[in-house]
Design a binder for this molecule. Structure first.
Ligand SMILES: *Cc1c(COP(=O)(O)O)cnc(C)c1O
Length: 418
């Protein structure tokens, strides 16, 4: 169904991009489990290679199931097109490399998701690309890091797990005043809570593994193009062939044509299917994630054994006002961090939880806990750990959609044992 923009998010998240007539009435697209697609004539295959039709050729390039999800995610973020990939990291890698050549620079927040940080700080560096890490909430610091070699600004809607919330509208304005696009990883907010393209961002990226699929059953990532950026400017002479081919969608064409199909960052259609199934309940799940997070944050803040709680919903959070404005008063995300006395207390707490799952993921409908300092960040040096606010006393909690009372009961009984 081609849902009109005036329908509510709750409706569009279910109906957008579905065309049951094309699938013999099936309410979800079938899983097109095939490595290649037959063409009746030589002309047809040639036309498809030439981009004159939107038929399919080969699984690494496109898949009909994935294409429905791409259309749906683009519409939910207010974008014009999307490419679904095998993971959030595949999406981030391709989204950035589409803009980067050896010798280029970009500016990014210093509180990025762990693998993004490693990719930017260590991996890109090997290929002659420099990431300039700055405090993402400090516009003056962002501006000071921009120079003639800068190709884009990269931010996360909510830092994982620093929980900082940059002002995306002002960051977009700043980037545009220097002729740069703003790329935003919107994984923690989801389009339910925040739509960066509407705030002026140019490209949105998600790890769909998290809230969008929502059930911890499918890995995936997506790059969504707002198609509003002027790629014909002096900073991007290398975009000319893509502009010629696809006009406003030049960037997405480059992501797909140059990187996605050649790196082979293809997602299996089963993962697109599961993500679509999960999306049906995104709005409902987010309502509950947000409401539960607020209750859990309030409970933790009242506990004498809890030293501090980092949650953008608290009035004394440094970006509480920005979050209030940017998230339209709907809530403050489903994740929070808090501090116990020390690492030993965190371990005793985690080991005593009975219902909450202990694993390295977020955004599942189940409540999830992890001690990042001793796990995901184990191999990090002290300096980046400090910038990322990863301290030995920190517990990260992804609040699930169970009954809030049961989550709080589990936390309370584990706290009593430390
Ligand atoms: C998990 C995550 C990623 C990486 O996504 P994968 O699907 O695990 O590759 C990127 N950004 C954020 C904010 C994440 O939480």
């Amino acid at each position: 169904m081609d849902t009109e923009k005036k329908m509510h998010f709750h409706t569009r998240v279910i109906h957008a991009a579905l065309t049951p007539g094309e699938w013999q009435g099936a309410t979800l697209p079938p899983i097109f489990q095939t490595a290649a697609h037959c063409h009746e004539t030589a002309e047809s295959l040639s036309d498809t290679f030439g981009g004159r039709t939107t038929e399919h050729i080969y699984a690494r390039l496109t898949n009909p199931t994935n294409r429905v999800l791409e259309k749906k995610l683009a519409e939910l973020e207010g974008g014009r097109g999307a490419v679904f990939m095998a993971s959030g990291m595949a999406a981030i890698t391709n989204a950035c490399l589409a803009l980067l050549r050896a010798g280029d620079e970009f500016v990014c927040g210093n509180s990025l998701f762990m693998s993004t940080y490693v990719l930017f700080a260590n991996v890109f560096k090997k290929y002659g690309i420099t990431a300039r890490f700055v405090e993402p909430t400090d516009l003056a610091a962002i501006e000071a890091a921009i120079n003639g070699k800068t190709r884009f600004l990269y931010l996360e809607t909510i830092g994982n797990p620093k929980m900082d919330v940059p002002d995306l509208a002002r960051a977009a304005e700043l980037a545009h005043s220097h002729g740069l696009p703003l790329l935003v990883d919107n994984t923690l907010a989801t389009p339910y809570l925040c739509r960066p393209l509407e705030l002026g961002a140019d490209i949105v990226i998600h790890s769909t593994t998290k809230y969008l699929s929502g059930h911890g059953d499918a890995a995936g990532g997506v790059v969504i193009d707002g198609a509003n950026f002027n790629w014909s400017s002096e900073r991007f002479p290398d975009f000319a062939p893509f502009v010629e081919r696809k006009g406003e969608l030049a960037y997405l064409d480059r992501v797909w044509r140059e990187l996605h199909i050649n790196f082979g960052t293809t997602a299996a259609p089963l993962h697109a299917y599961l993500t679509m199934l999960g999306l049906d309940t995104l709005a409902l799940r987010m309502e509950r994630h947000l409401a539960n997070a607020e209750k859990v944050a309030g409970f933790l803040a009242s506990q004498p054994k809890v030293q501090w709680v980092n949650y953008p919903g608290f009035a004394d959070h440094p970006q509480h006002g920005v979050a209030q404005k940017q998230f339209g008063g709907l809530g403050f995300g489903g994740m929070l961090t808090f501090g116990l006395a020390d690492q030993a207390a965190c371990f005793r707490f985690i080991n005593n939880l009975k219902m909450v799952y202990h694993l390295a993921n977020i955004g599942d409908c189940k409540s999830l806990v992890i001690h990042p300092y001793s796990s995901q960040y184990l191999s990090f040096a002290e300096e980046p750990k400090k910038n990322l606010s990863i301290t030995p006393d920190l517990v990260r909690f992804s609040v699930g959609i169970e009954a809030a009372e049961d989550i709080i009961d589990d936390l309370a009984q584990a706290l009593a044992k430390i």
